[in-house]
Design a protein around this ligand. Structure first.
Ligand code: DWN
Length: 432
C-alpha cells in the first residue's frame, strides 16, 4: 500500500499549528467475519474529526488528528477503517441533522411510507429507529399512526427530538440498550437503522440487540451507503472516522447469521451517492427473496475480496488529489474567488486530504443551523448561510455536498446565471 499524503504533521501544521495526533485504536480482526486477513489498501493521511466543527474561540486550541487508513478483508470483502476513534469523541455532541437537507427529508418520508405500507403498521404497532438523530424519520412514522421510539447517543440532538414530542432514548444502541428499550416499550414490529450501522464498532452487540428487541415476526431494516457504488463512482470522501465500515451484502450476511438473523430482501436507492436498504428477519421465520443472492453474486463479480479492485480504487483517489489541488491552485492564482458549498463530513475529507484551507477557500456555505457560524475542522473555513452567499462575490463553488448536486444546483440557478460556477468533485471532477 502506498503511503501517500499528510502522513505526518509537516504540511498540516503549516496552516494548522494546533494540530496534534490524537489517541485511537487499530483493529486486527475483521468486523464482519472475525478473520485476521486484513489488507491495508488506502491511506488518506491524518484527518481531524469529520464533524469536528469549531467555534471561533476554539481555533487556537489543540485540535486532534487521527490516521485514516482503510483495510479490506480478503475473507469476506468487508471494507473497514484500520484506526478507530472513540465514538463518544465524535457523537456525544453532534452537528449533523437530517432535516437540513431537503432531499434527505423527502427520502426519509418515502422510506416511512413504504415501510408502513409493506408491514401494515398501525396504532398498535411499534417502529423503533436506531440512530434516530433529530427524529426526522420518526416524525414520518408518527404521522402515519404507528407508535414510535428513537434511540440515539447525541445529547444535544436527543434533547431537541424529545422537545418535539419524538420520544427518544439517549443511548448507543447495543444489547444493553435493547434490553432497556424492550423492558420500557416492548418489542418492535420494525426496527430501522438508516446510515447508522457503519458508525457502530460492535456489530455482534447491535445484531444480538436487534434480535432481542424485535418481535418474532418483526423486520430489521438497515440502510447504508453501498460499497459497490463507492468503488464504481470513486466516492472516497465517504470514508471518514465516523464510518468504521463501508458496507456490502455479502460481509453483512456473515455477521447477521452469526447472530441468528438473516437477510430477506435488498433494495437500491440513489441517496448519498448510492445506498442499499436491506430487510432482515429472525432466522426461524426468514424467507429470503432472490434479490439477496443477486447482490451477493454481483459483489463476487465486482471482486470485493480481490486486492486489484482496491489498488485500482486507491490509485484513482491519489490521482484525484493531484487534479483537485492543481485546479484550485490555478483558479486562485488567477485571482478567482473559490468557496465551498455543503459543510458535509465528506467535504471535510476532501478539504483536509487536499490541504484546501481557509487561506485558499474563504467561505463554506451550509443550510444546517448547528454548523453556521462555526469553522470547518482542520481547514478552519467559516461556515456561512446560503442567504449570505448572495451578498458575497464568488466565482467558483467546490460542491462538497456533491450527493445533493441536483437540489443545490437548482437552488442556485440565480447565482449561476450571475456567473457562479460549481466544481463537482465526485464521481468526475467537472465544472458546471
Ligand atoms: O452517515 C452520515 C451521513 C448520512 O450524513 C453521517 N455520518 C454524517 C452525514 O454525512 P455528511 O455530513 O457528508 O452528510 P450530507 O447529508 O451529505 O451533508 C450535506 C451537507 O450539505 C449538510 O451539511 C447540509 C448541506 N446542504 C446545504 O447546505 N444545502 C444540503 C443541501 C441539500 C442544500 O441544499
Amino acid at each position: 500500500m502506498t503511503k501517500h499524503i499528510n502522513q505526518d504533521l509537516t504540511d498540516i501544521s503549516k496552516y494548522n499549528p494546533q494540530a496534534f495526533i490524537g489517541e485511537c485504536e487499530e483493529i486486527t480482526v475483521c468486523r464482519a467475519c472475525h478473520s485476521t486477513k486484513l489488507n491495508t489498501f488506502l491511506s488518506l493521511g491524518l484527518m481531524p474529526k469529520p464533524n469536528g466543527f469549531l467555534r471561533k474561540e476554539d481555533l487556537k486550541k489543540p485540535e486532534p488528528y487521527y490516521p485514516l487508513d482503510v483495510d479490506f478483508c480478503e475473507q469476506c470483502g468487508q471494507v473497514q477503517l484500520k484506526q478507530v476513534v472513540k465514538p463518544s469523541e465524535m457523537f456525544d455532541h453532534y452537528v449533523y441533522a437530517s432535516a437540513a437537507s431537503t432531499p434527505m427529508v423527502t427520502h426519509l418520508d418515502e422510506m416511512a411510507d413504504s415501510i408502513v405500507k409493506r408491514f401494515k403498521l398501525n396504532s398498535k404497532t411499534l417502529a423503533i429507529d436506531i440512530g434516530s438523530n433529530d427524529g426526522t424519520l420518526l416524525s414520518f412514522f408518527k404521522k402515519r399512526g404507528t407508535q414510535i421510539l428513537g434511540i440515539d447517543p447525541a445529547q444535544n440532538i436527543v434533547a431537541e427530538a424529545n422537545k418535539a414530542g419524538l420520544t427518544t432514548m439517549l443511548a448507543f444502541f447495543g444489547e444493553a440498550a435493547a434490553r432497556k428499550a424492550k423492558e420500557q416499550y416492548g418489542q418492535a414490529d420494525v426496527i430501522t437503522a438508516a446510515n447508522v450501522i457503519a458508525h457502530i464498532p460492535d456489530w455482534d452487540s447491535v445484531f444480538s440487540g436487534a434480535r432481542i428487541l424485535l418481535k418474532e415476526t418483526g423486520t430489521f431494516i438497515i440502510e447504508f451507503p453501498y460499497l459497490v457504488d463507492m468503488l464504481d463512482k470513486m466516492e472516497f470522501d465517504t470514508i471518514y472516522h465516523e464510518h468504521l465500515t463501508m458496507m456490502a451484502v455479502s460481509p453483512l450476511s456473515v455477521a447477521l447469521e452469526r447472530n441468528g438473523l438473516k437477510l430477506v430482501d435488498v433494495e437500491h436507492f440513489t441517496i448519498h451517492g448510492g445506498s442499499l436498504r436491506v430487510f432482515i428477519q429472525k432466522r426461524e421465520v426468514a424467507q429470503p427473496k432472490n434479490s439477496v443472492a443477486d447482490y451477493i453474486a454481483q459483489e463476487k463479480a465486482h471482486g470485493i475480496t480481490e486486492e486489484k479492485t482496491y489498488i485500482d480504487f486507491a490509485n484513482k483517489v491519489y490521482a484525484f488529489h493531484d487534479e483537485l489541488i492543481e485546479l484550485v491552485s490555478k483558479l486562485t492564482s488567477e485571482g478567482k474567488e473559490v468557496i465551498a458549498y455543503g459543510a458535509s463530513a465528506k467535504g471535510n475529507i476532501i478539504l483536509n486530504f487536499c490541504n484546501l484551507h481557509s487561506g485558499l477557500i474563504h467561505q463554506m456555505v451550509d443550510s444546517t443551523t448547528y454548523k453556521q457560524g462555526l469553522y470547518t475542522p482542520g481547514t478552519h473555513i467559516p461556515v456561512i448561510t446560503e442567504k449570505e452567499l448572495e451578498k458575497r462575490k464568488a466565482d467558483y463553488a467546490l460542491l462538497t455536498a456533491w450527493n445533493f448536486a441536483d437540489a443545490i444546483l437548482k437552488k442556485n440557478e440565480a447565482n449561476r446565471q450571475q456567473g457562479l460556477k460549481f466544481i463537482v468533485p465526485i464521481p468526475e471532477l467537472t465544472i458546471v
